[in-house]
Design a protein around this ligand. Structure first.
Ligand code: AMP
Length: 217
């Protein structure tokens, strides 16, 4: 299975991607996590992307493509879930060309749609583990011990780009680029919309049902 998830920041695509990967044994390809890991590594690409990310701006398409291309090729025949990538038409077209050349086209695109007021609340409570990158929410997905990661007991942090002003900018950037991207995939087929305003387990149920129907008929 090769799947891409579309949806605004805070739509829960990351959480749902992890659940899809667990259920179907796929590799989770989160562009945000990949970029953060690149940044922490201090690589040349990591230094180039730092300012874009800190200001809630998209990383330039050519740089993004070269980072993702390398990782996708490394996956070989493994199934994957793309989360946060592609984010622009240029990326979507370049990804299509690349997957076509590899003879591994996308099989399903899921578009996560969320009420904007629900989105804001989701950001305010989001926490991540700086060590293993697990994602929690103080209301909907709290860790067993408040403030500590379940996996490694690291103190949880609020991501730099979850700050109020950066969040506003990220949502605005997403809205400007989303409409054409959704239209691009909708006309290609293998495209389904998911109402992601509900609680995590409800959305997971809907997503897994849609996937079973899509892949098993
Ligand atoms: P995310 O965790 O998906 O919200 O991504 C965090 C930040 O990484 C974004 O605000 C962008 O600066 C950058 N980013 C993630 N994915 C992409 C992408 N596909 N294209 C450009 N920039 C991206």
């Amino acid at each position: 299975m090769r799947i891409a998830l579309l949806g605004p920041p805070g739509s829960g695509k990351g959480t749902q991607a992890a659940r899809i990967c667990e259920a179907f044994k796929l590799v989770h390809m989160s562009s945000g996590d990949i970029l953060r890991a690149e940044k922490i590594s201090g690589s040349v690409n990591g230094r180039k992307i730092r300012d874009f990310m800190a200001n809630g701006m998209l990383v330039p398409d050519d740089l993004m493509m070269s980072i993702m291309r390398e990782r996708i090729i490394k996956l070989g025949d493994c199934g994957f879930v793309l989360d946060g990538f592609p984010r622009t038409i240029v990326q979507a077209e370049a990804l299509n060309r690349m997957l076509f050349e590899l003879q591994r086209p996308l099989m399903l695109v899921l578009n996560f749609v969320v009420d904007p007021t629900v989105l804001q609340r989701r950001f305010e409570g989001r926490r991540i583990c700086p060590a293993c990158l697990s994602v929690y929410h103080v209301d909907s997905n709290p860790p067993q011990t408040p403030g500590l990661c379940d996996n490694d007991q690291e103190p949880l942090i609020t991501r730099e780009d979850d700050r109020h002003d950066v969040v506003q900018k990220r949502i605005q950037t997403y809205q400007e680029t989303m409409a054409p991207l959704v239209a691009f995939y909708a006309q290609m087929g293998n495209f389904k919309t998911v109402d992601a305003s509900g609680a995590i387990p409800e959305v997971t149920k809907v997503v897994l049902e849609k996937m079973h129907r899509h892949f098993e008929g």
